[in-house]
Design a protein around this ligand. Structure first.
Ligand code: A3P
Length: 295
């Protein structure tokens, strides 16, 4: 067990300085040697930033707006999560990706410096979706409560401190959003914000389509906006994660599609916690992206 990491389980192990689930670390050589293909599209996020939302949008665009084609498989089966490894029953993101025909859409939560090098070498297109740290922390806290593969988050105050100090999975949120922000200066990365997607989904979906070089009619665009709205994704079995057993995701504790808003953090943060975090953000995001915490 790493004495710097919280919890009584040795589920997090530092890999190249970043705490990752132990099972990912054990397969690190295989993950790091993963062979990307030039036509791969990689979706990258810090966990709980709206990964499933952008995955669904991308999938529909790539299927030319054919919603029925997209609704045939749960979202987590459509784009392999490259660093995921679970022993029982065996799930290996790398193996799933290798078995998949091109063109592939892949998912990762890895920080930019830990990405398998072949993605950079092959010059793959990537979409990064970032979410403000306050809502991200609250969403992560609730996800830890309902995901039975993750340790119980315990008390909110302690959890928040650990999260901000980078003692949670995937390490520092600040390093993550800033590392990918920097990476877009030398790589084809579309960097999006959750808050912009909430404010003007049609505009952001258009950006994604242009990046993927797909033309969308106004009709298809409005269908995608409707189909990927929070309410629709929450009601859709193929996107709401209720197809996983409750021994993995316990929706009676909290839903995967929980609130889907900007500003839910206000119900959890004290004024002191909010001000403390604002000071840290001002310092750590000085040369990085700017976030809105309310609309
Ligand atoms: P909340 O817990 O704040 O509700 P990820 O897919 O990366 O795990 O992110 C999950 C978060 O994104 C959850 O946030 C979830 O509700 C939100 N989300 C998922 N789909 C969404 C959508 N279509 N619109 C808005 N938020 C969405």
């Amino acid at each position: 067990m790493d004495p710097e990491l919280p919890g009584d389980e040795s589920w997090l192990v530092k890999t190249e300085g970043v705490p990752l689930p132990r099972q990912t670390t054990e397969k690190w050589d295989q993950i790091s040697a993963f062979q990307a293909r030039p036509d791969d599209l990689l979706i990258c996020t810090f966990p709980k930033s709206g990964t499933s939302w952008i995955q669904e949008i991308v999938d529909i665009i790539l299927h030319g707006g054919d919603l029925q084609k997209c609704d045939q498989l749960p979202i987590y089966e459509r784009s392999p999560f490259i660093e995921l490894f679970l022993p029982k029953p065996v799930v290996s993101g790398v193996d799933e990706a290798e078995a998949m025909p091109s063109p592939r859409v892949l998912k990762t939560h890895l920080p930019a410096p830990l990405l398998p090098p072949s993605f950079w070498k092959q010059n793959c297109k990537m979409i990064y979706l970032a979410r403000n740290v306050k809502d991200n922390a609250v969403s992560t806290f609730n996800f830890h409560r309902m995901n039975k593969l993750l340790p119980n988050p315990g008390d909110w105050n302690n959890f928040l401190e650990d999260f901000i100090a980078g003692r949670c999975w995937y390490g520092s949120w600040f390093d993550h959003v800033c590392g990918w922000w920097e990476a877009k200066n030398h790589h084809p990365i579309l960097y999006l914000f959750y808050e912009d997607m909430k404010e003007n989904p049609a505009q952001e979906i258009r950006k994604v389509a242009e990046f993927l070089r797909f033309e969308l009619s106004e009709l298809v665009l409005s269908q995608i906006v409707q189909h990927t709205a929070f309410k629709s994704m929450k009601a859709n079995e193929m996107t709401n994660f209720t197809t996983l057993p409750s021994s993995i995701l316990d929706h009676s504790v909290s839903s995967y599609m929980r609130k889907g808003t900007v500003g839910d953090w206000k119900k959890h943060f004290t004024v002191a916690q909010s001000e403390w975090l604002d000071t840290i953000c001002a310092q750590k995001l000085k040369n990085g992206p700017s976030f809105r915490t309310q609309l």
